[in-house]
Write a protein that binds this ligand. Structure first.
Ligand code: FNR
Length: 370
């Protein structure tokens, strides 16, 4: 039935909403407190218009680029969002297979419902793929080190150190719905069986792990001393912290506000991106996630200086809609939207996507050049 055909990410969100029980749906979709940041992450994209160049031969337009040491089909990857097993029983394993099939990379959340080994193997069975292991600064250093060693053993390329979560953001839905991880799901990376999780309170489930004493001086040199994997800081929103990441010798920063799930009222990532790009001045890699819902959004983020873009919720909706095939649909949709956007703006390669491709909408006059 054509009416139900999935044509865009909004269609996937609607299809997923019909399938997910309210507790799961709100857990996935919500941001913290007033929902300002989660909403602004997406609406920030609407402030920009694309400035197309016409009559350009775009018959050989090539959206491919590189990310985490590997050629990728286009500049998009799947962010490390946890609990994918609640959206579909195949969870992160399905995501990994679909990412490998499309030729893009994936972040593995510490709260993955499958082990690093299972997720890596599932992808590699299909084709080459780079994985980043998402890490929190844990109170339990032994556990943190064992995750690092396992990620190395399984061939992960990078650590995404999530820096925005010394404590958990306030998400009202989780309290109102008394959100609990469903029975049968475990967190193998954190060595928590389903039975152990069922005995914990809501707060314990997520925050018994994280160390609110984490800091640049203690944690980054330590990470550097124990691993050769790339070290990326996930959750940067300012020029100051971009400079700090450079000073600490990190390999990259992921401009992110955790999909609006940590502190509400921080800027949309697209609005934080330019100051981070300016501060970096080419000295550190810059990726971004948050609110990306179309190929044109990816294009805009690149035009503002990001090298690569990641998506969280779209993969959750895709899994809920139809597991691995759903993730195929999601990635294929964003790929064709992005390639078409390149062609319709006269861009033949990723390096053609520059500031000149965008203008900022003004309420009181013509488009402002950047
Ligand atoms: C997340 N995110 C996240 N980040 C992280 O570093 N560790 C984690 O375990 C999780 N878990 C998680 C669960 C769910 C359900 C969501 C929606 C998000 C944040 C994620 O990596 C990413 O930053 C955002 O999802 C990006 O925003 P969008 O694309 O969801 O708008």
């Amino acid at each position: 039935d054509n009416k139900d055909k999935i044509l865009c990410i909004a269609d996937l969100e609607r299809a997923a909403s019909k399938k997910l029980p309210i507790t799961a749906r709100e857990f996935y979709n919500s941001g913290s407190t007033e929902q300002i940041t989660v909403n602004e992450n997406s609406t920030a994209y609407a402030k920009y218009r694309v400035r197309p160049r016409v009559l350009v031969d775009v018959s050989k337009a090539d959206p491919s680029t590189t990310c985490l040491g590997r050629k990728v089909s286009f500049p998009l990857g799947v962010s490390p969002a946890g609990l994918q097993g609640m959206a579909h029983p195949d969870g992160e394993v399905a995501t990994s297979r679909a990412c490998a099939r499309k030729g893009v990379n994936m972040g593995i959340s510490s709260f993955s419902n499958y082990s690093i080994k299972d997720v890596r193997k599932a992808g590699l069975d299909i084709g080459p793929i780079s994985h980043a292991i998402q890490l929190y600064t844990l109170k339990n250093r032994e556990l943190e080190l064992s995750i690092i060693r396992e990620a190395e053993a399984q061939g992960c390329t990078a650590i995404f150190l999530t820096a925005d979560s010394p404590v958990l953001g306030v998400r009202y839905n989780e309290w109102r719905n008394d959100f609990r991880t469903p029975k049968g799901l475990s967190f193998p990376i954190l060595k928590r069986t389903s039975e152990m999780i069922q005995k914990q309170t809501h707060d314990d489930q997520f925050m018994s792990f994280n160390d609110d004493a984490h800091n640049w001086a203690r944690d980054i040199p330590w990470l550097r001393s124990v691993t050769k994997m790339e070290i990326w800081i996930k959750g940067i929103l300012t020029a100051e912290d971009t400079l700090k990441a450079i000073e600490m010798g990190c390999d990259g920063v992921l401009v992110s506000n955790h999909g609006g799930r940590q502190l509400d009222g921080v800027p949309a990532t697209l609005d934080a991106l330019p100051e981070c790009v300016a501060a970096a001045n080419g000295r550190i890699r810059i990726h971004v996630d948050g609110g990306v819902r179309s190929g044109t959004d990816i294009f805009k983020a690149l035009a503002l200086g990001a090298e690569y873009v990641w998506v969280g919720r779209p993969v959750i909706w895709a899994l809920a809609y139809n597991g691995e095939q759903g993730v195929d649909v999601m990635l294929n949709t964003l790929y064709s939207e992005f390639k078409r956007c390149m062609q319709l703006t006269g861009c033949n390669s990723i390096k053609d996507i520059t500031k000149a491709c965008l203008g900022l909408v003004r309420s009181d006059g013509p488009l402002a050049r950047l």
